[in-house]
Design a protein around this ligand. Structure first.
Ligand SMILES: Cc1cc2nc3c(=O)[nH]c(=O)nc-3n(C[C@H](O)[C@H](O)[C@H](O)COP(=O)(O)OP(=O)(O)OC[C@H]3O[C@@H](n4cnc5c(N)ncnc54)[C@H](O)[C@@H]3O)c2cc1C
Length: 457
């Protein structure tokens, strides 16, 4: 959508093919009984002046400023995130806190020499014991694999600039110190959820001569002599049509793109793409008969006794997300694989399961759960496992040969991008069409903005 927006700005005529019947992709907003739900709460935060300007232009006064409160729930207690010294000591007790400091001191004396995986990376900065308390269970819930199998780059991209030392200094001194990374205490949010932003994009594109074709699945990508000449698109009537064009951009998962290319790429490229891994995501959205369950926008659920990973309270993102202020609408989030029992369970069963988990840890305060709905998101997270770099290098080499096809976005590049960086890759790709030579595969989101530790988006 951003690429099409940018094309319109340059008086080119874009056509967007979207497989689903709704715009927004992972950042869409679903609707059920006039309640609106995100696929995971979507904060709007960026360091890019350009992205910020576009967001403002699209939403004007309907782009809210929201104060952030998100805590960790662990062992029946709430912990502020970012960690606050007094709160941690009270929550864990003096003895445990002392052991955490001891473990951190031990790390200072003998750190892991090499930081290959997430366990080593986090332990070196926070000490082994704090890692086990606040990182291990949640991260393993999210990725469904041991922290020792997650590459250190993931942590470096997502938890950069933080350590126990900076967290403790921050707690004592506040954010007054120069050079210490601050954490984001406020974010922007469209009045009716992130989908509202992408609906505005669609309207803008269509007003400016572009086309957005929903329920159109790109099932084939035809090429010849190093150039893509057409997309084969299956429309809502089931019929396939060949659509020719000059320049092609794709934000579909790169593994799916490779599988659609005709004639097919060499076997090593096909096999590299087939081995890229993803984590899927499902959210059980519940309407609860209570006006005010807890003040957080979301809560990280570290407690190992429940499967849920995070809990959204959409009312605290925007009051316009629900039609009745006497109720609360929650998103109980599960990180899963498509092959998991949970993913394949019937919706009714999932609603009962999520309601039961919430009641068990006491977060619904005994209030009645009136209704629920389930949303599933395939390929929500590109996985940075031990093989992904080598696989991507093979894929990239092949795709670079096709001069007029550019991959963009999160899964298009198999990169853990937020919305703003997904958008920037699209803007750069359109600039390339107009003569620039940005290397989008190398576009580095890491330098331009810091993210909070433990933030898994
Ligand atoms: C749980 C969760 C929470 C997140 N929270 C945040 C947040 O707080 N802030 C933030 O900025 N970012 C957040 N993100 C990241 C954000 O969702 C992504 O960066 C962004 O949506 C990526 O946009 P995209 O266009 O690259 O890809 P997608 O959103 O994946 O869009 C790709 C589109 O391509 C379509 N498509 C796929 N295949 C085909 C095909 N063959 N033919 C036609 N269409 C096809 C899909 O239907 C989809 O609409 C979060 C992500 C997750 C999973």
């Amino acid at each position: 959508m951003t690429a099409a927006f940018e094309c319109c700005r340059r008086s080119a005529v874009p056509v967007v093919f979207e497989r689903e019947g709704i715009v927004g992709g992972i950042a869409r907003t679903e609707e059920f009984r006039n309640y609106r739900f995100d696929i995971g709460g979507h904060r709007f935060f960026t360091k890019s002046a350009e992205v910020s300007r576009i967001w403002e232009e699209m939403l004007l006064e309907r782009f809210l400023r929201v104060r952030r409160l998100s805590r960790i729930y662990y062992n029946g207690r709430f912990f502020h995130y970012p960690l606050k010294l007094g709160n941690v000591v009270r929550g864990l007790g003096l003895w445990n806190s002392f052991l955490i400091v001891l473990s951190f001191l031990r790390t200072l004396v003998s750190p892991y020499r090499e930081e290959n995986n997430l366990e080593e990376w986090v332990s070196n900065r926070f000490g082994r014991r704090l890692y086990e308390t606040f990182f291990k269970t949640y991260t393993e819930k999210v990725w469904g694999m041991p922290c020792t199998s997650i590459r250190a780059e993931w942590a470096a991209q997502r938890i950069q600039g933080l350590s126990l030392r900076t967290a403790v200094l921050g707690a004592v001194l506040g954010d007054r110190r120069k050079g210490i990374k601050t954490l984001i205490g406020e974010f922007r949010y469209p009045e009716q959820g992130p989908g509202m932003m992408w609906e505005r994009f669609r309207d803008h594109i269509e007003r400016n001569g572009g086309l957005v074709r929903l329920n159109h699945d790109v099932v084939g990508v035809r090429h010849d002599a190093g150039r893509v000449h057409s997309f084969v698109v299956r429309g809502p009537d089931g019929a396939c049509r060949e659509i020719e064009g000059d320049c092609f951009l794709a934000s579909m998962p790169v593994s799916e793109m490779i599988a659609r290319i005709e004639p097919p790429p060499p076997p090593e490229v096909l096999s590299a793409a087939a081995g890229l891994r993803y984590r899927d995501f499902l959210t059980v959205c519940l309407i609860v008969d209570h006006p005010d369950l807890f003040p957080d926008n979301w809560i990280y659920i570290h407690s190992p006794e429940v499967r849920m990973g995070r809990l959204q309270n959409f009312k605290n993102w925007s009051p316009h997300m629900l039609p009745d202020s006497a109720k609360t609408s929650l998103g109980v989030e599960y990180f899963v694989n498509e092959s998991d029992e949970l993913w394949n369970a019937p919706d009714e069963q999932l609603i009962r399961f999520a309601s039961g988990e919430l009641e068990r840890i006491g977060l619904t305060r005994g209030a009645r759960i009136e209704a629920g709905v389930v949303y599933r998101q395939r390929k929500a997270y590109p996985v940075y496992d031990e093989t992904y770099r080598v696989r991507l290098a093979v894929i990239e080499r092949f795709l670079r040969e096709m001069g007029n096809l550019q991959m963009i976005g999160r899964n298009g590049l198999h990169k853990y991008n937020n919305q703003d960086h997904s958008m920037l890759t699209a803007i750069l790709a359109v600039e390339n069409i107009h003569g620039a030579s940005h290397d989008i595969w190398r576009f580095n989101s890491d330098d331009s903005y810091q993210e909070e530790a433990q933030e898994i988006k």
